[in-house]
Design a protein around this ligand. Structure first.
Ligand code: IPM
Ligand code: MN
Length: 352
């Protein structure tokens, strides 16, 4: 019995989560696993009504779960940063979800903005460090608001934190068993402390993985190659900030935010899965937003929980939908409503 926490969140979050849960129900029947859902109403509305972002007790409850499914966080009436930091980042940090796993896979039938590239070329995974770097919140102001103001934002990179991510990435590359190539993405020519640690650790750990080829690319060059030669990549490991940036670029070349999903993973603890697009407030309640990213988040969740067969079923059904059904991934232009797509995927998984 899997204990799954569900945070539908803001905007279109609840709509896409509803569809994703239809698909979960469908595969659970086929693959004979049971689960129990616990809903949490954290998000903008609750914050506006009560002033509470995430009560301390919630983290304790999260720890008892097997996984969390998150819809979307972000509310037009709440100042940017409050919900993101208070819910998403706090959960990542407190549950020590030190991996942010973001597959960048272009499915057949989906349009990519990059010319002459298709599903064969766009299929790689970014492993982003998820609890350190510039996100650690280290730094401060001096003489704030005066002409002599100083603002410092430091990137924290610990040997332990870097090494555990690098190890995860090597193991992941081995298990993925595609090109068996792991690329370190950094900026060793300028960030000569942080990425010196990353680079040394990377090549030290690499010695334990003689079956995995390694290479290195600067983050700026990676941005260029994602667009020009995405087929060069298999698995990429990078720090928190660079990972944040390159995975938005990755999401675009796989077709956009309507399809991109990710996992905040603590391999030894409780992980959280999410469609990486935002809460799309202007489409709220209209039944026009694409639920495929949320459905793919469930796929990542099941794969993580060890329900590999169920995960494969979901991916197959999603591919069927993208290649044979949808006109577009864009809200309102899909040719189907949000709930119709959920029904369709839930039905297709049964057909196998
Ligand atoms: C992401 C988001 C978050 C991040 C924001 C919402 C804090 O952009 O998951 O990539 O920067 O990590
Ligand atoms: Mn981001």
């Amino acid at each position: 019995m899997y204990k799954i926490g569900v945070i539908p969140g803001d905007g279109t979050g609840p709509e896409v989560v509803r569809e994703a849960l239809k698909v979960l129900e469908s595969v659970s029947e086929l693959d004979n696993f049971k689960y129990e859902l616990t809903y949490y109403d954290f998000g903008g509305d609750r914050y506006l009504a009560t002033g509470e972002v995430l009560p301390d007790s919630a983290i304790g409850e999260f720890r008892k779960l097997d996984a969390i499914l998150l819809g979307a966080i972000g509310h037009p009436d709440v100042k940017p940063g409050i919900l993101e930091k208070g819910i998403l980042l706090r959960t990542r940090f407190e549950l020590d979800q030190y991996i942010n796993l973001r597959p960048v896979k272009l499915y057949p039938g989906i349009e990519t903005p990059i010319k002459n590239k298709g599903p064969e070329e766009v299929d790689f995974v970014v492993v982003r460090e998820n609890t350190e770097g510039l996100y650690a919140g280290a730094g401060g102001f001096l003489r704030r608001g005066t002409p002599d103001e100083v603002a410092i934002q430091e990137s924290i990179n610990t040997r332990k934190g870097v090494e555990r991510c690098i190890r995860y990435a090597f193991n992941y590359t081995r298990e993925r068993n595609k090109e068996k190539n792991l690329t370190l993405c950094g900026k060793t020519n300028v960030l000569t402390y942080a990425f010196d640690l990353w680079e040394r650790t990377f090549y030290e750990v690499a010695e334990e993985y003689p079956d995995i080829r390694t290479d290195y690319a600067h983050v700026d060059a990676i941005c260029m190659w994602f667009v020009k030669n995405p087929e060069w990549f298999d698995v990429i490991i990078t720090d928190n900030m660079f990972g944040d940036i390159i995975t938005d670029l990755g999401a675009m070349i796989q077709g956009g935010m309507g399809i991109a999903a990710g996992g905040n993973i603590n391999p030894e603890g409780v992980s959280m899965f999410e469609p990486i697009g935002g809460s799309a407030p202007k489409y709220t309640g209209m039944n026009v937003i694409n639920p495929l990213a949320a459905i793919s988040a469930v796929q990542l969740m099941l794969d993580h929980l060890g329900e590999k067969l169920a995960a494969v079923r979901i991916e197959k059904a999603v591919i069927k939908v993208t290649s044979e059904k949808l006109k577009s991934l864009a809200a309102g232009q899909m040719g189907y409503s949000t709930s119709e797509i959920g029904d369709m995927v839930a039905e297709l998984v049964r057909e196998g």
